[in-house]
Design a protein around this ligand. Structure first.
Ligand SMILES: NC(=O)c1ccc[n+]([C@@H]2O[C@H](COP(=O)([O-])OP(=O)(O)OC[C@H]3O[C@@H](n4cnc5c(N)ncnc54)[C@H](OP(=O)(O)O)[C@@H]3O)[C@@H](O)[C@H]2O)c1
Length: 261
């Protein structure tokens, strides 16, 4: 599907420098859109912009921005307000691993600003804008961690869960419009961040996907569903876990992540 024709000229990827965000930026360009890359590392973003432009011929802009800055969302809104914005993909999501009280509270505040504050302001702004002209797409990247609580990574799982629930609710609200909202949940995905914190669970490692596959599969679901879990194996594992009670799930995950304490 040509996204440019359906949604508009520009896509913005929040957290585009590497991993799933980089794959998303390529995919938007392959589907006809010009793309704005947002991340903190200007030089890496500029190199990526060149790479995408050479492969796809699309116009690629770089907007270096730390999403944890208090006014990050307002700066991005102001930088894009005169463009024909068609799609948004919120990818960045900070995490911290360890016993809950042993993590510095400032880390949680920084996570909160990227994962909730900036995210929610941009969701609110872009959904309003897209609804006004009755076209556009908003994709939030979710995680299996947000489907349950996650001992030793509890704040991340809770913040992720917030992003996921609000996206699904808004997706339903947009169902009778030409605004497509999708929660695209990824399981283990081979990105630089994942390689740094590779899970101990061999099943999670065996199910790991390439970011390009997560994104391609996920983008195909836009407009067809509110919430999509990428990967056949992830969906099968999820199905098996459905019979477990919440306490059993917490117990299982706690044991798996105990080494992070
Ligand atoms: N990898 C997995 O196994 C997995 C599994 C499930 C869900 N997910 C979800 O998928 C998404 C992407 O994960 P990922 O593994 O690709 O990597 P990630 O570590 O979540 O994201 C890295 C990207 O976000 C940008 N970023 C990080 N902090 C930022 C900040 N303060 N301001 C602006 N940009 C920032 C980074 O670029 P800069 O360094 O240039 O800022 C980079 O492009 C996340 O939402 C994650 O929760 C990942």
């Amino acid at each position: 599907m040509d996204f440019r024709e359906k949604y508009g000229q520009w896509a913005i990827v929040l957290g585009a420098t590497e991993g799933i965000g980089k794959a998303a930026a390529f995919e938007f360009a392959r589907r006809g859109m010009d793309v704005i890359l947002v991340g903190r590392r200007k030089e890496a973003l500029e190199a990526l912009a060149k790479e995408i432009h050479v492969e796809t011929g699309k116009e690629i802009k770089v907007l270096p921005q730390d999403l944890s800055e208090y006014d990050a969302a307002e700066k991005l809104i102001s930088a894009t307000k005169d463009l024909d914005m068609g799609a948004v993909n919120y990818v960045a999501c900070l995490h911290a691993m360890g016993e809950y009280n042993k993590i510095n509270y400032e880390t949680y505040e920084q996570m909160y600003r990227v994962n909730i504050r900036t995210f929610s302001r941009l969701l609110h702004y872009f959904i309003g804008k897209f609804k006004e002209r009755n076209r556009g797409a908003f994709i939030t990247i979710g995680s299996l961690s947000g489907w349950t609580s996650l001992p030793f990574c509890a704040e991340y799982a809770a913040q992720k869960s917030y992003m996921m629930l609000v996206t699904e609710g808004v997706a339903y609200e947009c169902k009778n419009t030409n605004v497509d909202v999708l929660l695209l949940t990824a399981g283990s995905t081979i990105t630089p961040t994942w390689l740094k914190n590779k899970p101990a669970d061999p099943k999670a490692v065996a199910a790991a996907m390439y970011p390009e596959d997560v994104v391609k599969d996920g983008f195909d679901q836009l407009g067809k569903t509110y919430s999509y879990l990428a990967g056949e194996i992830n969906r099968e594992n999820m199905q098996k876990n459905r019979s477990l009670d919440r306490n059993e799930v917490i117990e299982k995950l706690g044991k798996m992540f105990e080494h992070m304490a």
